[in-house]
Design a protein around this ligand. Structure first.
Ligand SMILES: *Cc1c(COP(=O)(O)O)cnc(C)c1O
Length: 432
């Protein structure tokens, strides 16, 4: 039986909640289900929360809120999905990429070196669900704060670049005992179909701005900014007599529909009690299975009081180069197991190459990418399926590693045919 890489959770609870939205509420656009979802996420983060229609639009909204635009610089890690950069580029800001450390997260020293007087925001990414090192990142920002040149009241009030967490992977993760959502100025979660909690498409912003900001007071301003800058949502205008509204800001239109919110609402209610423990079962089983393999470089889920939300299982193959990694994936795919690579270094993608970025400037990113294979992790993946993935991955890796030894220039053709390794002829016959 084929094992897909990813499957969204559409169970009886999700169906019941969507059914309730359609049958009992009279709401399709942002209404009671969105408010309930915001309350549930806020219970986890301990912050005010605004739901939006994607991570990307949520990040754009926060950058817009802070007044980021042309002439400004936004610093992002080179190891991430392109949206981390596009949210800034689409507002006209310049993106500065910095390298990561071996944990896949932004390198604070690389950040420090990249800060200029034009830096207005920094967007670290909690890759795979492991929180970036926020204390170190904040330290670097504070040490470089003197250079900061505010251009509006919010920037002056903060007195340094905005630390905006890309928590697309890390809902439910924690850093030094605090939930993600409480460790950056603002945190954006993705509720896209492949993420730990999904609304199909969606996102959520947790506000945790320092003094003198009042996060509760900022929330309605942000809500208006997400709705064309309009002071009242359809939900609020629907209260009797509350028809009058104003447009107070040049906003975006990025609110989350209630239909979508219902899907995530059913999931988030049991996320900490069931869905996250289930991801821990899956990823721990992979860890135990690969721990004894000499070629396996295991992902980190817990280090320095950083606790992952187990979004991705990022396996790396010691000794594999990019071409070998790709051949291993071909072998795995031929056996109907879905795997992926997270991520192609952003600087290698055409858009960024065309704009002058060079992957060679981010050597750690390149090194991590070259031998990385992401394995399936989703609710409902059974122990038997995990064991099947482990067997297929192990056999595929070990077959390629053996070929590599067979291809060694130290082996003469004569010597090779006498070894345990396949001849080139036999090998081409097994290439998928
Ligand atoms: C999924 C993802 C995004 C984008 O999320 P959307 O909700 O699709 O906009 C951004 N950053 C990272 C790291 C992601 O994995």
């Amino acid at each position: 039986m084929a094992i897909p890489f990813s499957l969204p959770l559409i169970d009886a609870d999700v169906i019941a909640e969507v059914n309730d939205a359609l049958t009992n509420t009279g709401w399709l656009t942002s209404g009671p289900k969105v408010r309930q979802l915001e309350t549930e996420i806020g219970r986890m983060t301990g912050t005010p929360v605004l739901c939006v229609n994607s991570w990307t639009s949520g990040a754009m909204l926060m950058l817009r809120w802070f007044g980021v635009g042309p002439g400004d610089e936004v610093i992002v890690p080179a190891y991430t999905y392109a949206a981390t950069a596009l949210c800034a580029m689409n507002l006209g800001a310049d993106v500065v990429m910095v390298d990561v450390r071996d944990d896949f997260c932004m390198d604070p020293h690389a950040l420090s070196a990249a800060i200029t007087p034009r830096t207005k925001a920094v967007i670290p990414v909690d890759i795979g669900g492991l929180p970036a090192d926020y204390d170190e990142l904040f330290d670097e920002l504070s040490q470089n704060a003197l250079a900061f040149q505010p251009r509006n009241e919010r920037q002056a009030a903060l007195g340094r670049p905005l630390l905006l967490a890309d928590a697309a992977h890390s809902i439910g993760a924690s850093y030094h005992g605090l939930p993600v959502g409480r460790v950056a100025d603002a945190t954006v979660f993705s509720l896209h179909s492949v993420k730990n909690v999904t609304t199909g498409e969606g996102g959520a912003i947790a506000l945790d701005l320092p003094e003198p900001f009042d996060n509760e007071a900022e929330l309605p301003r942000l809500r208006a900014l997400a709705l064309n800058g309009q002071t009242k949502s359809a939900f609020e205008k629907n209260q009797t007599g509350a028809w009058r509204y104003d447009i107070v800001d040049q906003g975006l239109k990025v609110n989350l529909p209630d239909i979508n919110a219902a899907i995530g609402l059913a999931q988030i209610r049991k996320y900490e009690s069931e869905l996250l423990p289930d991801r821990i079962r899956i990823t721990d089983r992979y860890q135990a299975a690969f721990a004894g393999k000499p070629w396996a470089i295991l992902p980190t889920f817990s280090v320095d009081r950083r606790e992952s939300s187990r979004h991705l299982y990022l396996l790396r193959v010691e000794g594999a180069d990019e071409a070998m990694r790709d051949r291993i994936i071909q072998r795995i795919s031929a056996r109907q197991v879905g795997v992926n690579v997270h991520y192609i270094p952003m600087a290698s993608l055409t858009l960024f190459r065309d704009r002058g970025y060079d992957a060679a400037d981010y050597p750690v990113t390149q090194r991590l990418y070259e031998n990385e294979i992401t394995l399936p992790v989703y609710n409902g993946l059974t122990d038997a399926q995990i064991d099947e993935v482990v067997a297929v991955v192990t056999e595929s890796v070990e077959a390629e590693l053996q070929h590599a030894v067979g291809d060694s220039p130290f082996d003469s053709p004569g010597a090779r045919s006498g070894t345990q390794f396949d001849s080139p002829e036999a090998r081409s016959g097994t290439q998928e």
